[in-house]
Ligand binder design. Structure first.
Ligand SMILES: Cc1cc2nc3c(=O)[nH]c(=O)nc-3n(C[C@H](O)[C@H](O)[C@H](O)COP(=O)(O)OP(=O)(O)OC[C@H]3O[C@@H](n4cnc5c(N)ncnc54)[C@H](O)[C@@H]3O)c2cc1C
Length: 398
């Protein structure tokens, strides 16, 4: 007979979103169990590689700005509770042609929400940010309210605080099946069953596997490979250590990004999106599917060369990365998140499909999921991430 555990809320998956949810529940006195198939802070999901960009003038859509602001407040609470610096406030610089999404999207978000940004010319960029080899006509949008979140450190801090506040944490334990039930959903872990009032599912790239009924959401959730590369600074490098985090929209539509040197030796870069419709080139990462159980293919020479091509837009770095890491993006069809109750999965609260831009929000996602599990609703602005939004859409309209 299976062992039976009882609790108020189970959080399945203690990565970026689950760790913060467990901490928020535990500090509110909720009896909660967190379950993680590996060890928190591991490098087999979507939350490793030492840094993630946080920025406020959100080029993916001005409607995200209130949520980023909630995330900044929630990051400050986690930093205060843990006594750790988990966000490096470097500022953020978006670069591209005047009509690029990086420039126009950031300016639109700033204008709509009255954010303080500076719109920089090519000459301004050359003078203030000499680490970027800018093209004639390229512009920049700089905002002070940007920086780098430290992903592994934040997960470990949230899990430690959750434990200290009374949460039970099961590591190296995979949930094999969840039986939805409005009354007391059941979570199966091998021979053990946990019954809870609510189950929060934050399993990142494993969402389509663990809850196959969600795999087709909005036309399908896809898991894709991405590679990060750390480039060593040269001896005559401009001041990379003090620079802002950045994203750069290339003329062909490639969007890549990077961080100032957090370790004093290297600069890290990655590709967010390859040029739409471009022929597949060696090292291109856009669209390469991944089975999360097998993990993404290890970085290879083609990845190194592709990252090196982009790093040529930076002054003072070696031409090829000294190390690389592969990671998974979990993409929705509209590249917006999925957060909320699902009408076909009673008792479950689900968050996933963070489409390569979710980490910065993890602090606020944790608060929202804790509210949804506890009260059934939240004041945080997550209705735009409703899992049922696709059902309401008129064909041919966004
Ligand atoms: C290379 C890269 C760069 C990125 N850059 C940025 C950035 O600059 N800014 C930004 O905001 N976002 C960025 N992102 C996106 C961001 O990191 C992700 O959106 C975020 O980490 C997703 O968090 P998650 O909690 O959904 O997934 P994860 O952090 O992967 O957590 C899921 C957890 O669930 C566990 N799990 C899975 N299945 C089970 C199971 N059956 N039982 C128990 N546990 C299970 C996994 O082991 C894992 O720990 C980037 C992502 C990548 C890959």
């Amino acid at each position: 007979m299976a062992d039976l555990l009882e609790t108020d809320t189970v959080v399945v998956g203690l990565g970026a979103m689950g760790a913060q949810t467990l901490w928020r529940l535990a500090r509110q006195g909720v009896d909660a169990i967190g379950i993680e198939r590996f060890s928190p802070g591991h490098d087999r999901g979507s939350s490793h590689g030492e840094s993630r960009i946080i920025r406020t003038a959100y080029l993916e859509g001005e409607e995200y700005v209130p949520f980023v602001r909630a995330a900044w407040r929630a990051w400050a609470e986690l930093e205060e509770a843990s006594g750790e610096e988990l966000v490096r406030r470097t500022g953020a610089l978006m670069l591209g042609a005047p009509d690029s999404a990086a420039v126009t999207g950031s300016l639109a978000a700033a204008e709509r929400h009255g954010l303080a940004v500076e719109h920089l010319t090519t000459a301004d960029l050359a003078a203030r940010f000499p680490q970027h080899a800018v093209r004639p006509g390229e512009e920049g949008v700089f905002e002070q309210e940007g920086g780098a979140v430290l992903p592994e450190a934040a997960i470990l801090a949230a899990v430690r605080l959750a434990r200290a506040a009374g949460a039970r944490v099961l590591t190296d334990t995979a949930v094999t099946r969840i039986e939805p039930d409005a009354d007391r959903p059941r979570v199966h872990l091998g021979d053990t069953v946990v019954r809870a009032r609510r189950v929060v599912v934050t399993v990142g790239s494993w969402l389509p596997t663990l809850l196959p009924s969600l795999a087709g959401l909005g036309g399908g959730i896809r898991v894709e490979r991405r590679v990060l590369g750390w480039f060593r600074l040269t001896e005559d490098a401009p001041p990379h250590a003090r620079g802002p985090v950045f994203a750069r929209d290339e003329p062909d539509g490639t969007l890549w990004y990077g961080f100032p040197s957090l370790d004093g030796r290297t600069v890290k870069i990655g590709v967010h999106a390859e040029a739409p419709g471009a022929p597949r080139r060696p090292g291109a990462q856009w669209g390469e599917p991944v089975d999360p159980d097998a993990g993404p293919r290890a970085p290879d020479e083609a990845d190194a060369r592709r990252l090196g091509e982009l790093a040529a837009g930076l002054r003072g770095v070696e031409p090829l990365p000294e190390r690389m890491a592969a990671c998974m993006y979990t993409m929705t069809s509209d590249e917006h998140f999925v957060i909320g109750h699902h009408r076909d999965l009673p008792g479950l609260v689900v968050a996933g499909g963070f489409s390569g831009h979710g980490y910065k929000f993890a602090s606020a996602v944790g608060s929202a999921l804790a509210d949804l599990a506890r009260n059934g609703s939240t004041d945080l602005p997550v209705t735009m991430f409703d899992p049922h939004r696709w059902d309401r859409r008129v064909p041919g309209r966004p």
